[in-house]
Design a protein around this ligand. Structure first.
Ligand SMILES: [Zn+2]
Length: 143
């Protein structure tokens, strides 16, 4: 669904996408997020599918607190830029966990590394808390 910015549905769409994104970064299911803020699963489903328009500012605040993201990040408009900025998939060599990063972010990190003579692609610690592996880009052709 794509809403016009002049339509108030737009902000619900933005918030739903952001909550989903930050929830997934935490590795939580909708049920897990619901449990952490003491709301029902259907409440989280409603927000994330952007059809529920009756949640309070307080509920959003609690969500931002448990997700440990700045409140304003939940309202950050990435809808337009998501279309043009591609993401790159990283995969853990040890446990197989896949994580997506914005390609632009990785390119910036790579350029930063190169200024200090490191020409390797950036790699990170595994996003799975129970794993001590490293994650590497699945497809280096993305660069
Ligand atoms: Zn791993």
């Amino acid at each position: 669904m794509n809403f016009n910015k002049n339509d108030e549905n737009y902000i619900y769409e933005v918030i739903s996408k952001n909550i989903k994104k930050y929830r997934k970064l935490k590795g939580w299911t909708q049920q897990e997020l619901a449990d952490k803020i003491n709301y029902s699963l259907s409440f989280i489903r409603g927000i994330e599918s952007s059809y529920l328009h009756t949640f309070s500012l307080g509920a959003l605040w609690r969500i931002s607190q448990v997700l440990e993201v700045d409140f304003n990040k939940l309202c950050e408009d990435n809808l337009a830029s998501n279309i043009k900025s591609k993401s790159i998939v990283y995969k853990c060599a040890k446990c197989g966990t896949e994580t997506k990063f914005p390609t632009q972010l990785i390119k910036n990190l790579k350029e930063l590394n190169e200024t200090s003579g490191n020409n390797n692609l950036p790699s990170f610690n595994c996003t799975n808390d129970n794993c001590d592996g490293r994650i590497f880009p699945l497809n280096t052709m993305d660069f």
